[in-house]
Design a protein around this ligand. Structure first.
Ligand SMILES: [Zn+2]
Length: 190
């Protein structure tokens, strides 16, 4: 199961960073399929990675990878997503839902777009509030950047404590930051 707190700050900021031979082999072996949400992408000449990434030897889609790496900018944005409290949804489900919402918003079908936007708003209603995590940071830790700042402050917590406080937290990508990826995925997967 994905734990959004396993932060790896060594990964470069660009989601489509150069793919080296080892990563290419791994991506091909996994058939460009995300180990978390099961989404399958495809490479192209301009986007060799297909917006998939190798993280801790696993292939993950850009969304699931970002859930694992809150401190990493996406398209130079530090606040590229939201943190919600959702004990009844796994990260894999939140990722898939966010991607479907992204596809619907880009579809050009106004009724579909409207419904998708409503679902997106409902999803964000579970955004965590300052009082839930006041010990983390003085700012409202509802965005990735603030959450990541908060996490560095409490790095003294052990794994069990992390699990206790954060087991229900999920990452929801910001549509604007990911729209170019949704556009690519919706073209290549059809
Ligand atoms: Zn995924």
């Amino acid at each position: 199961m994905l734990n959004i707190l396993s932060i790896d700050s060594t990964v470069p900021p660009d989601l489509n960073q150069k793919v080296d031979r080892a990563q290419w082999a791994k991506l091909k072996q996994a058939r460009f399929t995300c180990a978390c949400c099961g989404y399958q992408s495809a490479p192209s000449e301009s986007v060799l990675s297909g917006f998939m990434q190798v993280v801790n030897k696993e292939v993950l889609c850009a969304i699931c990878a970002s859930a694992l790496q809150l401190q990493r900018p996406v398209r130079n944005l530090a606040n590229h997503g939201f943190i919600i409290m959702a004990s009844d949804l796994s990260q894999s489900e939140v990722t898939s839902l966010s991607r479907e919402i992204g596809f619907a918003i880009l579809s050009g079908d106004s009724a579909r777009r409207e419904r998708a936007e409503t679902v997106f708003e409902q999803l964000l209603e579970s955004e965590i509030t300052h009082s839930d995590f006041q010990f983390l940071t003085e700012e409202e830790p509802q965005t990735c950047a603030e959450m990541a700042v908060g996490l560095t402050v409490i790095s003294s917590l052990n794994r069990n404590e992390y699990a206790k406080y954060f087991k229900d937290l999920r990452y929801v990508p910001n549509f604007v930051a990911f729209s170019h990826i949704y556009e690519y995925w919706s073209k290549t997967s059809s």
